[in-house]
Design a protein around this ligand. Structure first.
Ligand code: URA
Length: 190
């Protein structure tokens, strides 16, 4: 599937029950030529309304984290990111994604990664990490190592919504971003 076909497939998807209550699918955003690919969990209420990922408070923190490493969702190439989620539709009342929903939606993420061909993937939060790495290990055990997905290096970190609730872990998230920069071999611009 090319980009237009993939967009259309997501927009019309009825593979799981989440299609019944959604206002919009949330395909993803950013540059399709970005060399970093960010994977979040699932759209929340604002994302469902706007059809865009990470537009709420967690999104603001994500934008700040990206700015700290010289990137933004409007940047291109080495200054850009593509941002997507494991699930393209909002789970009702923001409940956790169910395994069957993740399994149905996973091929869309896989195809997005194959089309972007990023140099680095950052998986944010338990559901993104466990889905991308096919593991049940907790984030604390997986951080600090370079994993692989479709041959692309994967860095594991906390979800921005978790960091808003637990600011004491922001230092660890910064360490994860530093590992990401080291891994992608892009120097920090000061
Ligand atoms: N949390 C996510 O994981 N993704 C979004 O798009 C918004 C909030």
């Amino acid at each position: 599937m090319d980009w237009p076909a993939l967009r259309e497939a997501v927009a019309n998807c009825q593979a799981c029950g989440l299609c019944e209550k959604r206002k919009n699918t949330v395909f993803g955003t950013g540059s399709v030529q970005a060399d970093w690919f960010i994977v979040g969990e699932a759209p929340g209420e604002n994302e469902d309304l706007q059809g865009e990922p990470f537009v709420g408070a967690a999104g603001q923190l994500l934008d700040n984290m990206l700015r700290a490493v010289g990137r933004s969702r409007s940047g291109e190439g080495t200054q850009g990111v593509f941002i997507s989620n494991v699930l393209k539709c909002r789970p009702p009342a923001n409940r956790n994604p169910q395994p069957a929903e993740v399994a149905q939606c996973a091929p869309y993420l896989a195809r997005q990664v194959a089309l972007v061909q990023p140099k680095l993937i950052i998986a944010m939060g338990r559901f993104a990490v466990q889905s991308v790495l096919q593991t049940n290990e907790p984030i604390g055990k997986l951080r600090g190592q370079v994993h692989r997905y479709q041959g692309v290096p994967v860095i594991v970190t906390y979800h921005p919504a978790y960091l808003l609730r637990t600011p004491s872990d922001k230092a660890k998230a910064w360490a994860d971003l530093c590992l990401a920069m080291e891994t992608a071999n892009t120097p920090l611009r000061r």
